[in-house]
Design a protein around this ligand. Structure first.
Ligand code: FES
Length: 573
């Protein structure tokens, strides 16, 4: 149902007579705003995460200008505003600690201002879920534009991307590459604007946005350096004005079916395990009943259709040239909910209907996939009663069913201190266990789950062993890595009770993670367990540690679940 001028939120500011209207308009006019911008046209907020400290989003001023052109062309009034930006590579102790904080910034910035519709400029990993979570709690018409992946890197005659960092690190540990070569590879990898060039968390988030219907088709894969990224931004600017007039809010797009589509598409793309935690948090904000078991249920039996690193061999730009995400979704039309609405007013099925695949080495059919099973497996068992996750497409097939003795690290500092000690008792059959890197314990659930193997195993040619933690893993990481163990060690989960030498059994096919220690012994250990990780006494971190929920619920803060809508409750003018 279309909306009339006087029903727009912004009319409560700019449409007002007398002193109040004077104040609302006059100060905006000091920026050179012509009077007709206040004639009742939709006001579009452009929520920008540009920051030189978030290099993946360093080109967002250009994108914002393109959005503004589109908004003006469609008869809207664009207003750009900044929010806290999370650069994955620099922020300590981990960007995830601040995801919920940014979501609060975004929510309150949108609600408090005369905005009728929002464009979210998202890029580096956490900048997507944090903005979308905040916007969901307001529920205005909203469209997402992702920054786009970097072009792939080139070094010594071969293509490189973020996943190679882990390989370079192992090679440098073994003296196979020099420090100079290591540094040279930095420029060669990050040679253009944009986020990580592989199917890491940023691309996983961009894919999530397109699969949910929150962005225009092809948003997921157009490279940042490609002029078509600006075209998409300009058209998104035009479209958000129409969305305001058509009164299409986020909750009309984010239906249960849209979430199920996103889970299936993520599996076909070999997306990051971080997908789970962010989609759960977004669902919690918009009021969709989604739980961790849904990820297993809807991604089971979905094959890997995209041959993109780290599950495959190529890069996001290759995926775009091969047909982009609409082509992948077209291959999936038999299983997706094709009728769900997207931001362009068309259904997911309509958007994919004209897509073509130009390279079968990059995008496969459902019948002849790159790997028969992809997606995220949810493990349960006495070690993870509320669940843990593993990404089989990034793991070693031979280790997906494995039983071995635990080598325990009490926290990340303990791991760094002992991993390369000659006396560390560890072999290729061991299971590395890292505690206290979960939501409350770290705090912020660090991306350290794919611990680099000890040098002595690398020297033996061992490239993967089973690793288990309550933390997360970079979407660009790989290995047989069990993550997000819930409850985490810091709240006294069974993970906290694991001791060196305990046998742990992982059976991915049967979805189980078991600590082979008797219930009596575990009860004894629980009685003796002492909480070592402390709650910070003040500030945001105190708020976070006091209220953050466990990983299987999305690690949002309990008081942020749901939304408060877009109504201003008090009006002091
Ligand atoms: Fe920003 Fe990878 S570090 S997307």
């Amino acid at each position: 149902m279309s909306i009339q001028k006087e029903e727009l939120r912004s009319s409560k500011w700019f449409g007002r007579k007398g002193k109040d209207g004077f104040i609302y308009r006059a100060w905006m006019k000091n920026q050179g705003t012509p009077p007709d911008m206040f004639d009742g046209r939709p006001v579009i907020g452009i929520c920008n995460t540009w920051s030189e400290l978030t290099p993946c989003n360093g080109h967002f001023r250009d994108l914002a200008e393109a959005v503004k052109k589109g908004v003006l062309e469609a008869g809207g009034f664009p207003v750009e505003f900044p929010v806290m930006s999370l650069g994955e590579t620099l922020i300590k102790p981990t960007a995830m600690l601040y995801r919920n904080l940014v979501s609060m910034d975004v929510e309150e910035s949108i609600r408090a201002n005369p905005i009728d519709g929002v464009v979210l400029l998202c890029g580096c990993d956490k900048t997507t879920p944090s903005l979308v979570m905040g916007a969901c709690s307001v529920d205005l018409p909203t469209i997402v534009i992702s920054g786009g992946p970097m072009l792939k890197g080139h070094w010594k005659g071969r293509d490189i991307g973020t996943s190679d960092i882990w390989r370079f690190d192992a090679a440098s540990k073994l003296g196979q590459i020099t420090q100079d070569e290591f540094v040279e590879a930095e420029y060669c990898m990050a040679r253009t604007q944009g986020h990580c060039a592989v199917m890491g968390t940023a691309s996983t988030m961009a894919v999530m946005m397109e699969a949910l219907g929150l962005s225009l088709p092809n948003n997921a894969a157009i490279p940042a350096a490609d002029a078509r990224r600006k075209v998409l931004s300009q058209i998104s600017g035009r479209r958000i004005v129409e969305m305001v007039r058509e009164n299409i809010s986020l909750s009309q797009i984010l239906t249960r079916k849209a979430f199920e589509n996103a889970i299936m598409v993520n599996a076909a793309m070999g997306g990051s395990t971080n997908f789970v935690i962010h989609l759960l948090a977004i669902a919690g904000r918009i009021g969709i009943d989604l739980n961790i078991d849904d990820f297993d249920k809807f991604s089971q039996h979905i094959p890997l259709l995209a041959n993109v690193q780290p599950s495959g061999e190529n890069y996001m730009e290759d995926l775009y040239y091969a047909g982009g995400l609409p082509s992948v979704m077209k291959e999936m039309q038999k299983i997706l909910h094709n009728d769900v609405l997207t931001v362009n007013g068309k259904s997911i099925g309509e958007n994919a209907s004209k897509a073509e695949v130009y390279d079968r080495n990059i995008i496969s059919t459902m019948e002849t996939p790159f790997k028969p099973e992809s997606g995220i497996v949810v493990l349960k068992g006495n070690m993870a009663p509320n669940g843990a996750v593993i990404k089989p497409s990034a793991a070693s097939p031979a280790l997906l069913k494995h039983s071995g003795k635990a080598v325990v690290f009490e926290n990340i500092e303990d791991y760094h201190a002992r991993i390369d000690l000659p006396e560390l008792e560890i072999d290729a059959n061991s299971v590395m266990v890292l505690k206290n890197v979960g939501p409350k314990g770290y705090p912020g659930m660090a991306e350290v789950g794919n611990m680099t193997l000890p040098k002595k195993l690398l020297e033996q040619g061992v490239t993967d062993i089973v690793r288990i933690s309550d933390g997360r893993m970079s979407g660009t990481g790989f290995g047989t890595v069990v993550l997000h163990v819930s409850p985490e060690a810091a709240v006294g989960g069974v993970l906290a009770l694991v001791q060196n030498g305990d046998r742990i059994s992982l059976d991915t096919h049967n979805r189980s993670l078991h600590l082979d220690v008797s219930d009596e012994e575990l009860a004894k250990r629980k009685k003796a367990w002492v909480q070592k990780e402390k709650i910070q006494p003040r500030g945001y971190v105190h708020l976070y540690q006091t209220h953050v929920e466990q990983a299987h619920l999305g690690a949002d803060m309990d008081f942020l679940k749901g939304g408060s809508g877009s109504t201003i409750t008090r009006d002091s003018h």
